[in-house]
Write a protein that binds this ligand. Structure first.
Ligand code: ADP
Ligand code: MG
Length: 689
């Protein structure tokens, strides 16, 4: 069956549908209702209480009118059912709304109703146009409401018309089932063709709910199956190096040299790693832990396991500054052990570079520290057993896959200080196993956070002065203004000039995005060496840079920052012995959401709690920042709300991978047809195909 086989579907309508991504019969079947109306969800207007609860009402448009003048100008649409009338009010966008509706039409309003004087009103309701002839008082059936748009209105693709097409389609088409029968029964899912009926012609609310669950399940299942398949292939193809020997390095370091007790989180991450590296399979693990949770020690533990088994390790950071910092940290922690650690960065003298490369190739170098260039370029390792990647969010899935398939197939350990809620992590890092380090090492002083208005600036500066005089260092961060680098620079530069005068007894530095990276490094280096006490910056301060002596973070116009960003900034301090303070300065006008964010920051230091709140506020797309973040997009499922379905599909996928990884058995034949093309697409996207 083709779209053109449907009645009342000519070229113009076909084009209008195509603009909404509907090109085939199956696309139309997959066109999801955005809401359902029925007796239980639609209230007669007389029964609407008017105390602000969310309701749906259905009525005929009695009047469309413009009222008020100047700034109070608004559009009103009055609707009426058999019992009473109600007024929809638009303070903005009325012109646009007015064009779409005319008197006599039947519409559904969805929104919060309030009593104002004589009238029950709803401000900015969502409006759905219903079919002219639908009987308002007798809304017995459940009616799906499909999304509409201008093109649909123009070509009279009404809700009723779409519904009638669905009916015709379902009479003729019976889409084949591809989920194996035992999965349907295990997870109590309706068969595919029934689910379409239940979605477009539900007999009850529970029917369409079940239908939606089924479609979410199949979507997430294909995704999880492709994840499982990829992992399975990696496992089949490459044996990971086996680190069976818990030898001298590990024992000496953890028993004698480690200056503190490991936290529970560190211990459990290390035990996950130990299991991985002994399993004979390649490790591909993410350790997530808040800034300061002590991920470096966990990495050192993994590195020592490699060394004890005569393998080399690579330790990679996103920038040279961070690489140098890690090099120093590793060198000092591992000083008592007889280990050869080399730092490989871009600006080294050719003779030194040759010497380092020879060491790495000949096996004299045990640990190579550097940027990710050390594994991507011409560097040949003698016997690489482990690659540690710090601050993973700058590494794509693709680069990780490259490392996994490199020469000796080293184990990969990725470390991230960006807390990602579990729901997102499961899809975003689907190719990784995840360990979470909860909490911070004991004995550290939690950062104190204060939220202050701009007008307290003089007090704040006095406080900063005292801290600097007592030997501390401070950051002052300015926001990006409307994503414009020039404006951003203006703010920070002006702030820098002002602060240089105010803090004339101290050295004040400026760091911004338009500097060359050598300039940035030079400034940062001065700050690390305490040759600069007050560092004015835009948001470019390097993630992960450790300046333990920095004890103050001032964020100007903090209301403009996202929660996760504020948390990252706060993570720059509280890394040493000094009590640290984060002062969030806000302007006069702060939106409700802005207030919420500032309050949340003052309330908790827990990065995961903040990430959850941030995700709720912004949704997954904005939370991760970009579309290219590698996050798969789902048509039906919502990875935050449907987390439980995602977990189910993960077990279902592994059930199949364990039983029949090449889809040879009869119950998997239909699945194979659907899955293989899907898998191919996805692999291409991730550069692993
Ligand atoms: P991050 O997770 O941000 O990379 P680091 O590994 O840099 O954190 O550790 C932060 C600081 O805490 C370092 O100075 C480190 O030596 C120290 N540290 C790590 N683990 C512990 C522990 N178990 N007890 C006390 N201090 C610790
Ligand atoms: Mg770190």
């Amino acid at each position: 069956m083709n779209l053109s086989d449907l009645p009342k579907l000519g070229n113009k309508r076909i084009k209008a549908l195509s603009e909404s991504g509907i090109d085939t019969i199956l696309d139309l079947m997959n066109f999801l209702p955005r809401r359902y109306l029925d007796k239980t969800t639609v209230l007669p207007i007389r029964q609407v209480s008017g105390n602000g609860e969310q309701v749906t009402v259905v009525g005929r448009i009695k009047k469309i009118q413009q009222s008020g003048y100047g700034r109070k100008k608004r559009l009103e649409i009055i609707i009426q059912d058999d019992t009473a009338s109600l007024k929809g009010v638009w303070f903005k966008g009325g012109y646009y709304i007015k064009k779409q509706f005319s008197e006599g039409e039947v519409v559904a309003f969805f929104g919060k109703a309030k009593q104002y004087g004589r009238y029950l009103s709803m401000a900015h309701p969502e409006v759905d146009k219903l079919d002219d002839k639908s009987d308002i008082s007798d809304l017995k059936k459940i009616v799906p409401i499909y999304p509409s748009n201008n093109a649909f209105s123009k070509h009279r693709i009404t809700n009723k018309l779409i519904h009638s097409w669905q009916k015709q389609i379902l009479q003729k088409e019976k889409p084949p089932e591809f989920l194996p029968p035992y999965i349907l029964s295990e997870y109590d899912l309706p068969k595919r063709h029934l689910a379409y009926r239940m979605m477009h012609f539900p007999q009850s609310k529970s029917e369409y709910k079940k239908a939606f669950i089924r479609f979410k399940f199949e979507e997430l299942f294909l995704f999880e199956l492709s994840v499982a398949k990829t992992k399975h292939e990696v496992i089949e193809q490459h044996q990971g190096p086996v680190f069976n020997n818990l030898g001298n390095y590990t024992k000496q370091f953890f028993n004698k040299n480690l200056p503190f007790e490991l936290t529970e989180g560190q211990k459990s991450a290390l035990s996950d790693i130990k299991k991985d590296v002994r399993s004979g399979k390649q490790m591909n693990r993410l350790v997530q832990g808040d800034v300061g949770s002590g991920k470096t020690i966990v990495a050192i533990g993994a590195i020592l396991m490699a060394l004890d088994n005569d393998f080399q390790a690579a330790f990679m950071a996103p920038t040279e500054i961070l690489a140098e910092q890690h090099f120093r940290t590793l060198s000092s922690f591992l000083d008592p052990l007889d280990i050869n650690i080399r730092l490989l960065v871009g600006n080294q003298k050719p003779t030194l570079r040759t010497d380092i490369l020879t060491d790495i190739e000949g096996g004299n170098c045990d640990i190579a520290v550097g940027t990710h260039a050390i594994i991507q370029e011409e560097v040949n390792f003698y016997r690489l057993g482990l690659a540690v990647i710090d601050e993973q969010h700058r590494f794509g899935v693709k680069q990780r896959a490259e490392i996994l398939t490199k020469g000796s197939h080293p184990h990969v350990l990725v470390m991230s200080a960006t807390p990602i809620p579990r729901s997102l992590a499961m899809t975003l890092y689907s190719d990784l196993d995840i360990s979470v380090i909860k909490g911070l090492p004991g004995g550290r002083k939690p950062v104190k956070t204060a939220v202050r208005p701009q007008k307290k600036q003089a007090d704040i500066y006095r406080f900063v002065e005292e801290e600097l005089a007592a030997g501390g260092q401070a950051y002052v961060v300015y926001p990006l203004v409307e994503e414009s680098e020039k404006m951003d620079l203006k703010d920070a530069t002006a702030g820098f000039e002002k602060l240089k005068k105010r803090f004339s007894d101290f050295e004040v530095g400026l760091l911004h995005g338009q500097m060359k990276s050598e300039e940035k490094d030079a400034i940062m280096q001065k700050f690390i060496e305490n040759k600069i006490q007050l560092l004015v910056s835009t948001t470019v301060i390097e993630v992960g840079v450790d300046v333990p002596n920095a004890s103050i973070m001032i964020v100007e116009h903090a209301e403009r920052f996202g929660l996760s960003q504020l948390h990252q900034l706060r993570g720059r301090i509280g890394r040493g012995k000094r009590q640290s303070y984060c002062i969030l300065i806000h302007g006069q006008k702060v939106s409700k959401e802005g207030q919420f964010r500032l309050r949340k920051m003052a309330q908790t230091n827990d990065g995961f709690e903040i990430a959850e709140a941030d995700l709720k506020l912004r949704g997954p797309g904005d939370f991760l920042g970009t579309k290219q973040s590698g996050m798969p997009e789902f048509r039906v499922a919502d990875i935050v709300e449907d987390q439980w379905i995602l977990e189910q599909t993960k077990s279902a996928a592994w059930e199949i991978m364990d039983k029949d990884p090449h889809f040879e058995e009869p119950p998997h034949q239909e699945l194979k047809k659907v899955f293989l093309p899907y898998f191919k697409e996805r692999s291409k996207f991730y550069g692993m195909g």
